[in-house]
Structure formats: structure tokens, C-alpha cells
Design a protein around this ligand. Structure first.
Ligand code: AMP
Ligand code: ZN
Length: 479
């Protein structure tokens, strides 16, 4: 099956052909770590994690190299470090740890590489040197600037004309610039700011060169897929591309496919720290399971804007409840079937077709809404096989549901843990004690007491299911 991906550069959906199927490379621009990241920052994390999983499924786990960088040199990090009177690494490590914990809670696999700017300084200065050597950059007054006039394709990725780019980039019109669109590769640090040695004096790099050098170092140029949020097309990715091509690394190509996710909005506006309309992943995951947040972020197609609402996350939770419930009921049914009676066999074409539909949707430019519909079809097959006591049908559709869902990063929990996840520890202890008391009452054939306890559990919104290996429980389905 062919994987088709929409490419921002060619403005079309195209079949994905890696340069080397044994070494597929993906790079995604990551966070600046100076504070807790908001849930909008995790849209690219979840979207490109899904792509990473699909690529691993197609080419094999060892063949896919995914680098997602961390920007740990930045004015905002400097400011926070100065306020707290600590080195910048204290701030960046603190928020990088929080970011990685949030990403893991949202089911994102760790990227193969997580390069950091502070650890890439030598590659950054070497690349700036190469750009000067190729007459694509010039030093002026302690700065090094990229010479946009030296790159004929400048503006091709974003499709912008030069005057638009000058206005859009809001670049400083500094006297040392040859052209207003020229952008900074190296700049002197101000007094008290962190500085690194370079042939142009102590200073620090511009944002764009950092990514190009981190890609070169982690993956080598050119790469197969470059991703990030839509806000990065210009100037960030346009500038990365110009640097990559003009430095002579990787020849005329920088990335074969450019992919950009749409914004996560809050109300009418993009969720962003500067607007203050943010929900933090760090807070949300105290309220909702990580899988539900992941589902919500994938509920719309990744290129479309998505509005973050209470309803969106509520629907995501219910959708997962539906899948986990089908799984839970099927497991309970299978637990009562003697192993000898478990026969595989039968075609179960409906379930196989639903599974194929999930994979086909993912291969169609990560069409998650259609893939979700396929997961529901699979869970419906599982439910009807369970109700019809069709052992082989249950086993087949259960395996297909798990495989399809886990390809997307879902159904990683045990159903019991999922349904009891909504219960706090006090409730769990109370329920377990009531179930034990009920068991004693039943052993003593004290039926009124057993019924009274069941009613008490019912009032706690807990459903008790008696099975061959004792009683289990779950929080009841919401009406
Ligand atoms: P930043 O820390 O703002 O540089 O953003 C890190 C990543 O998150 C980049 O790929 C951004 O494009 C992306 N991003 C930031 N805000 C949003 C948003 N509201 N919706 C979707 N992606 C976003
Ligand atoms: Zn970048």
C-alpha cells in the first residue's frame, strides 16, 4: 500500500518515496523550553508521532530515524534564568523534563534523537562558515547574515514575493544588512547573556540555523520529511531551506516532503502563550487520561484548524470508553470459554475490511477522522461477535481492533485500568472492600446482605461483574 502525504512545497498530495527505505528520516521542530507547553504545542507532537508509527509499520522500526529538536538557547529562557538567578540549563532541563513527561502521557514514542542547540554549537558555527565560504552569508558588525539575494529560490516554499516576506518576517532593518530580508545566522550576546565562541566573536546563533545544523548533525542532509506547525512555513522553514541548500550540504535538496499541521484554536484564535488563551497539557492530564487528549488532538484532519473545547475532550473520552467497553466485554466472555473450545478460523471479512479501512485512511495523508470511523466499525464487530458468543469471531476482531488502535497509539491500557482510572484511590479502596464483604456474604449464603452491598456499589456508580475467576468491577457507562 502506498503512503500518500500532502507536501507544502508542491502543494499536492503525493506518494511518499524515501531515498532509502532502509533509512527513512523525519525531522520536526520542537519546543523552546522556558515554560510548560500548551496543548497546541502538542498537536505537532501527536500528529508526527502518528506519522512515525505509520512509517515504522511500513519500513520497520529500525529503519525510521526521527529527530525532534529542543531549543534551549533563547531570550525567554535567559530572562527566566536571570529572574531565578540560575544557569539557563536549570530552566531548560526543568521544562524539557515536563515536556517529555507530557508527550509520553499523550502516547508519543520518544523520538530517535532529541538534539539540543547547546550541544550543537560546533555544527552551527561550521555551517555558518560554509555559508560564508559559498558567498551565501556575510559578516558585519559582529553579526553574520544570510544573503537572501544569493538564493534564487528564496520564497518558493511559502509562495511569497520578496516584499511580502520583508513585511511578514518583521525583520529589523539594521544598517549592516545588505538587503532588508537578510536574516541573522550569528549575533553578539548582550552583557550578562550566555555566549559561545565563534570566528565572528562571542555570541549565539539565530533560530533558523540551529535547526538546519541539528538536522545535519542528527540525520544528515537531505532528509525525507520535515514537519512542524503551519506558522513555521515562513520565515522559519523558508530560511532553513535556504541555508541547507546554500551551505552545500545535501546538494540542491533539503527535504523531499514538507508537512505542516493546522492550528489548535481556542475560540476564534490560535492557542498561544502570547495571547494567554492556553490550556496546559500538564494540567489537562490531571483531569483526563492521556489517550483521551491524544484522541481529541487527532479528532480532526491534521491540516485543518481544530477548536479546543470541553465538548471535544468529552467526546474523545466517550469514544475511547466505547472501544474499551467492547474489549472488556469480549475479554470477560473469553475468560469463560475453555481453551480447548477456542478455535481460530472463519474469514470475518467485515472485521478485516474495517481494519484495512483504518490503515488505508492513515496512508491517505493521515486521515484520522476516517481511521476513527474504522475503529468504531471494528469495535461493533467485536460487540456483535461477543453477543453472538462466536468465539473465533471475538478472537479475530479483538486482535484486529487492538492492532489498528495500537498503530494509532490507542488501547494501550488494560480495560479494567481504563475504567477504574476515573476512580480515585479512596473510591477504589472502598469498592474493593465492599466487593470482599459481598463475597463473604455470598459464601455464607446471606443473600439479603449480598444484595444490599450490590445496591450500595450501584449507588457509587460501580458495576460489578461476576466471572469464573471472581468479581470484577468498572465505573458505569455514562447515559
Ligand atoms: P513554539 O514553542 O511556539 O515554537 O511551538 C512549537 C511547535 O508547536 C511548533 O511546531 C509550532 O508550530 C507548534 N504550535 C504552536 N502553537 C500551536 C497551535 N496553537 N496549534 C498547533 N500547533 C502549534
Ligand atoms: Zn526548526
Amino acid at each position: 500500500m502506498t503512503l500518500n502525504l500532502y507536501d507544502t512545497m508542491s502543494r499536492a498530495k503525493r506518494p511518499f518515496v524515501p531515498k532509502d527505505p532502509g533509512r527513512v528520516t523525519l525531522y520536526v521542530c520542537g519546543p523552546t523550553v522556558y515554560n510548560y507547553a500548551h496543548i497546541g504545542n502538542f498537536r505537532p507532537v501527536v500528529v508526527f508521532d502518528l506519522l512515525f508509527r505509520v512509517l515504522r509499520d511500513l519500513y520497520g522500526e529500525a529503519a525510521v530515524l526521527y529527530a525532534a529538536n529542543v531549543t534551549d538557547v533563547d531570550d525567554k529562557i535567559n530572562k527566566k534564568a536571570a529572574e531565578e538567578g540560575v544557569p539557563i540549563s536549570v530552566i531548560s532541563n526543568r521544562y524539557l523534563d515536563a515536556y517529555n513527561a507530557d508527550a509520553a502521557a499523550l502516547g508519543a514514542l520518544p523520538p530517535t534523537f532529541q538534539p539540543r542547540v547547546t550541544e550543537t554549537m560546533d555544527a552551527i558555527t561550521a555551517m555558518i562558515g560554509d555559508l560564508i565560504g559559498h558567498n551565501s552569508a556575510y559578516a558585519a558588525e559582529g553579526h553574520v547574515l544570510f544573503d537572501t539575494q544569493a538564493f534564487g529560490d528564496y520564497g518558493k516554499l511559502s509562495g511569497r514575493a520578496m516584499d511580502e516576506m520583508i513585511a511578514g518576517a518583521r525583520v529589523d532593518v539594521a544598517p549592516y544588512k545588505r538587503h532588508p530580508a537578510d536574516f541573522v545566522l550569528w549575533k553578539p550576546s548582550k552583557a550578562g547573556e550566555p555566549a559561545w565562541e565563534s570566528p565572528w566573536g562571542p555570541g549565539r546563533p539565530g533560530w533558523h540555523i540551529e535547526c538546519t545544523a541539528m538536522i545535519e548533525r542528527a540525520l544528515g542532509l537531505p532528509i525525507d520529511i520535515h514537519g512542524g506547525g503551519i506558522d513555521l512555513v515562513f520565515p522559519h522553514h523558508e530560511n532553513e531551506l535556504a541555508q541547507g541548500v546554500c551551505s552545500g550540504h545535501g546538494g540542491r535538496e533539503y527535504a523531499s516532503v514538507w508537512m505542516h499541521n493546522g492550528f489548535l484554536n481556542m475560540g476564534e484564535e490560535k492557542m498561544s502563550k502570547s495571547l494567554g488563551n492556553v490550556a496546559l497539557a500538564h494540567d489537562l492530564r490531571k483531569q483526563y487520561p492521556g489517550e483521551a487528549i491524544r484522541w481529541a488532538l487527532l479528532a480532526g484532519h491534521y491540516r485543518q484548524p481544530l477548536e479546543w473545547t470541553g465538548e471535544l475532550i468529552g467526546q474523545a473520552k466517550s469514544a475511547l470508553d466505547r472501544l474499551y467497553r467492547a474489549l472488556d466485554d469480549s475479554e470477560r466472555f473469553l475468560a469463560g470459554v475453555p481453551t480447548a473450545a477456542r478455535a481460530s478460523g472463519g474469514e470475518h471479512r467485515g472485521a478485516v475490511q474495517a481494519y484495512d479501512a483504518v490503515v488505508a485512511a492513515l496512508h491517505d495523508d493521515l486521515n484520522t477522522p476516517v481511521a476513527f470511523a474504522g475503529l468504531f466499525q471494528l469495535s461493533d464487530h467485536l460487540r456483535s461477535a461477543t453477543m453472538g458468543k462466536d468465539v473465533a469471531g471475538v478472537e479475530r476482531s479483538r486482535a484486529l481492533l487492538l492492532e489498528a488502535a495500537q498503530l494509532m497509539g490507542f488501547l494501550g491500557a488494560q480495560p479494567s485500568a481504563w475504567f477504574q482510572g476515573g476512580a480515585d484511590d479512596t473510591l477504589k479502596t472502598k469498592v474493593e472492600a465492599l466487593i470482599a464483604d459481598r463475597q463473604t456474604a455470598r459464601t455464607e449464603k446471606n443473600w439479603p446482605e449480598a444484595d444490599r452491598i450490590r445496591a450500595e456499589l450501584n449507588a457509587l456508580n460501580v458495576e460489578v461483574m461476576d466471572g469464573p475467576s471472581g468479581a470484577t468491577w468498572r465505573i458505569k457507562e455514562q447515559a
